[in-house]
Structure formats: structure tokens, C-alpha cells
Design a binder for this molecule. Structure first.
Ligand SMILES: Nc1ncnc2c1ncn2[C@@H]1O[C@H](COP(=O)(O)OP(=O)(O)OP(=O)(O)O)[C@@H](O)[C@H]1O
Ligand SMILES: [Mg+2]
Length: 460
């Protein structure tokens, strides 16, 4: 097992231990409800007989992270199902089944138990059966992004469907799943954090909800036979979660900047535009560009974005246990020199970059199979394929820049200049970056998302 794998394994063991301790604590204490906020109460009661909006076809809650959407909606969904139906099937989905278990099921089971419901979760079939007295209902769990779920949902006839983090699911899955709700009185339940305003969920569900339309617009749409949705819409901010202490809210606010702040903290559907890392400070001696090399280095890591026709960008990073600094870079653009370099030549250049330092491993663009092979063939360094989740990686790199966790030695000129050019693609409907001046940026993202995020995970 390599050094990093061992550390990851230790972290994993730590998580398991803490999770077991937490489970024992939760079991002993039950779920400690804090008072529900006004908005959470709306989510919990909109379907009740006395509610003026009880005949709506469903509910959408969007907004900030940690604002109490999932907890109130998942509980309300099961309470509605148990109070309205007996012996029916329902759907519940997260981005993946794994994320659903972590983010929804864990707390839902505890909340139901504390309200006197009996639950039986069949992990292999992903069915949750909830019972109280003579009433029982089955809740089929799906992962919107899991391929198997897309086939399985076809066989369901449901009285309702709950989607946690719906904006992270493919539209095709949501259409299939909502299409399975054919039982009379069935309702849709959605929650999510905002994305781009052009996102399919915003344009096809939120914007078509009657609550967003004036009476004239509704009349006009009816005349033209245009589709409207009879859904309730609620917008959440962190202040709608009364269980969050002020210092925790402050910590979340300090983690995000730019488009991520607007989406995750302000809860707004906004466009990612301009420079991706607009917070980057290129002043030497400032927040991100340093005139001195790092002292107290604990570990050296290399990250690489591979290219033959496109530029090849490698960075040597020093890590002191809390911060990482890119100390040296190797950037080669064959279009500028007119000479292409083969893998072996690039490898020798990376070796020069490393010198006699002890490098833990080299993180490489996962598509660069030939270069990974080249590193392995030499047998001197451990090569690791990078996690290439572009948007999540950018979000993490943004947080690290914002917190001053990554910095650059002043001579990393190619990288510093890319920070001033790397932009969101305004032509794209979905969030995307312009695929230009992105080579150092990609290699830095690999470092942040594949390595730093894991090493520093306890802080986030
Ligand atoms: N009334 C409450 N009583 C106790 N804990 C609560 C209450 N409301 C929210 N919480 C806690 O606050 C945290 C955030 O809640 P929740 O997961 O529902 O937020 P969210 O809006 O779905 O967040 P995200 O957008 O990040 O998924 C959870 O740990 C949850 O247990
Ligand atoms: Mg949630």
C-alpha cells in the first residue's frame, strides 16, 4: 500500500469509528428536534386537510446549503404518505443511492422512530417499509445518477416521488420517475441547491409553477394550451434552519466566493460568468503569490495535465500539513516551439523538476494512459489517476484559494498568467469553462480535488 493509500485508509477507519460512535449516540438519544422554522413548518404541513394549498400537485424547496430542506421535506413526505395511503408504493431518490443513505435516510429513520413509526430498510433491494398500527407503505430508494435506477424505476407504480438534490439528477430520470406517479392524489416533492438559470429544472419546473405566474400569465398560458405546474415553491436560506449556530453559518459563508457564494449561500440561480477564479490575487507577497519558498515541508507531490499537441503542464507542490504551495512548474507548448515532445522527454523534464526531492506520488490527468504507463515503467514514482470532476474540483479549488490554503511561488509564471485568463463559457447552457488557457488550471484542480481535499477533509 502506498503512503497516500495508507493515510486514506486510516482516515477511512477514523470515519467508520466516528460513524459507529455517532450511531450509538443517536440510538441512545433519539433525534433531538430543534424548533422548526416557519418555512420548515410550511413544508411539514402544506398537504394537511386544513391547508389552503393541499390540492397542489407537489412542492419545490430550493435555496442555500444546510438550510433545513432535506430534513423537513423527507419527514413531511413520509408523514403525508402514511396519513394518506395504505399498502402503496412510493419513490425516493438522491443523486446516488449512497448519497441518499448518507444525507436523507440516516436522519429520516431516527426521526420516524422518535415519532412511533416502525421502519424496516432492506439494503439489498433498497426498499424502506414504514409501519404504524395497521398502516404500512413501501418506499423504493433510487439514485438518479445510478444507471441501474433508471431501469428499475420503469417498473414502479407510485403514489408519490421525493427527489433530494434534484438539480444533480439527469432530466431523463426525473421525467421517468414522475411519469410513474399514476395513483390518484399522487404528489411530487423536490429539493435542491440552485445551479445555472438555464438549468432544465429551473426552466421546466420552477418557472412553470403557478406560484411564479401572474393571473394574466396563467390565463394566457391556458388559452394557448401551454403547460403549467400546480406546485408550491419555497425558497430557503440558512436562517430557515434554527439548529445552525451563528458561528457555523459564518464558517459556511466564509467557504464560498463568487458564483458559489451566490448559489450555495444566497441560494440564487445565477450564471457562472467572467473569470473562474476571480478571487486570485496576483500581487507578489499577497494572498496567493509568494516571494519565498515554503518552509517546514512535509510532503512533495506533483500534479500534471498531459498534452502533446496541447500544452503539457506539471507542478511540484510542497505541503506542510496545512497549506500547499506550487514551488516549480514545467510548461511546454509544442505549438509555440514547433517541436513535439514524446512521453519520455516529458518524463525527463518532470524528473528535473523534482530533483532529489522525495515525491509521494504524481497525480496525472486520468486520460493520459501512455504517460501513466511511462511513469510506471521507470518504477521511481507512484502514478495516480486524477479525479476529473470539473465543477466539484473548481468549487474545492475556489474554497482553497479563498481560505489561503494554496499559494504559488512567484516564478510559476504560466500558472499565474492562466489565473488571469481562465473563464466560464458564456456560450454554454450548462456550467462549463472555456477550454483554453486551462492546462495549469487543470493540473492544480487535480491536486486540490484528488489530494488536498482528502488530506484536509476533517476541516471541511
Ligand atoms: N428542526 C431541526 N432540528 C434538528 N436539526 C435540524 C433541524 N433542521 C435542520 N437540522 C439539521 O441541520 C442540518 C442541515 O439540514 P438539511 O440537511 O435538511 O439541510 P439542506 O437544506 O438539505 O442542506 P443541503 O442543501 O446542504 O443538502 C442537518 O444536519 C439537520 O439535521
Ligand atoms: Mg439537502
Amino acid at each position: 500500500m502506498s503512503g497516500i493509500d495508507e493515510r486514506i485508509e486510516n482516515i477511512r477507519k477514523g470515519i467508520m469509528k466516528r460513524a459507529a460512535a455517532m450511531k450509538a449516540k443517536v440510538k441512545k438519544q433519539g433525534f433531538k428536534f430543534q424548533p422548526f422554522s416557519v418555512k420548515q413548518k410550511k413544508v411539514l404541513t402544506w398537504w394537511c386537510p386544513a391547508s389552503p394549498v393541499k390540492d397542489s400537485d407537489g412542492i419545490i424547496a430550493d435555496g442555500a446549503i444546510r438550510s433545513g430542506k432535506t430534513i423537513s421535506m423527507s419527514l413531511s413526505y413520509v408523514l403525508w404518505a402514511m396519513n394518506t395511503y395504505n399498502g402503496q408504493d412510493f419513490g425516493m431518490a438522491g443523486k446516488t443511492i449512497g448519497s441518499f443513505r448518507r444525507n436523507v435516510l440516516r436522519w429520516l429513520l431516527v426521526m420516524l422512530k422518535s415519532r412511533g413509526y416502525k421502519t424496516n430498510y432492506n439494503r439489498s433491494d433498497n426498499i424502506l417499509t414504514v409501519t404504524k398500527g395497521d398502516v404500512f407503505n413501501n418506499f423504493y430508494i433510487f439514485g438518479g445518477k445510478d444507471e441501474a435506477s433508471q431501469d428499475l424505476v420503469q417498473g414502479l407504480t407510485a403514489a408519490g416521488f421525493f427527489f433530494d438534490e434534484v438539480a444533480l439528477m439527469p432530466e431523463s430520470f426525473v421525467n421517468q420517475a414522475t411519469g410513474r406517479c399514476s395513483v390518484t392524489g399522487s404528489k411530487y416533492w423536490f429539493n435542491c441547491n440552485p445551479e445555472s438559470p438555464q438549468h432544465w429544472f429551473k426552466s421546466k419546473w420552477i418557472d412553470k409553477s403557478r406560484c411564479h405566474l401572474s393571473e394574466e400569465e396563467i390565463a394566457e398560458m391556458e388559452q394557448e394550451g401551454k403547460e403549467q405546474k400546480n406546485l408550491i415553491y419555497l425558497h430557503f436560506t440558512m436562517d430557515d434552519n434554527l439548529s445552525l449556530a451563528e458561528d457555523i453559518k459564518k464558517r459556511y459563508r466564509s467557504m464560498y466566493v463568487g458564483v458559489f457564494f451566490k448559489r450555495y449561500i444566497e441560494g440564487l440561480w445565477c450564471v457562472a460568468e467572467g473569470l473562474v477564479y476571480s478571487m486570485f490575487d496576483d500581487t507578489v507577497g499577497g494572498k496567493h503569490v509568494k516571494a519565498e519558498h515554503m518552509t517546514g515541508v512535509r510532503e512533495w507531490v506533483v500534479s500534471i495535465d498531459y498534452g502533446t499537441v496541447n500544452p503539457f503542464a506539471a507542478g511540484l507542490w510542497a505541503f506542510d500539513g496545512k497549506h500547499a504551495q506550487k514551488e516549480y512548474e514545467y510548461y511546454y507548448d509544442s505549438r509555440e516551439t514547433g517541436v513535439r515532445r514524446d512521453d519520455e522527454t516529458h518524463y525527463q523534464e518532470v524528473c528535473k523538476l523534482i530533483g532529489d526531492r522525495k515525491v509521494t506520488f504524481i497525480i496525472v490527468d486520468p486520460s493520459a494512459a501512455s504517460f501513466i504507463e511511462c511513469i510506471k515503467k521507470h518504477g521511481t514514482f507512484i502514478a495516480k489517476g486524477a479525479l476529473n470532476d470539473v465543477l466539484d474540483g473548481i468549487r474545492v479549488q475556489t474554497t482553497f484559494l479563498n481560505k489561503g490554503i494554496i499559494s504559488y511561488y512567484k516564478d510559476c509564471k504560466a500558472t499565474i498568467s492562466e489565473y488571469g485568463l481562465y473563464s466560464w463559457d458564456m456560450e454554454s447552457v450548462e456550467d462549463a469553462v472555456v477550454k483554453e488557457f486551462d492546462h495549469c488550471m487543470d493540473s492544480d484542480r487535480y491536486l486540490c480535488y484528488t489530494y488536498l481535499r482528502k488530506i484536509l477533509r476533517w476541516k471541511y
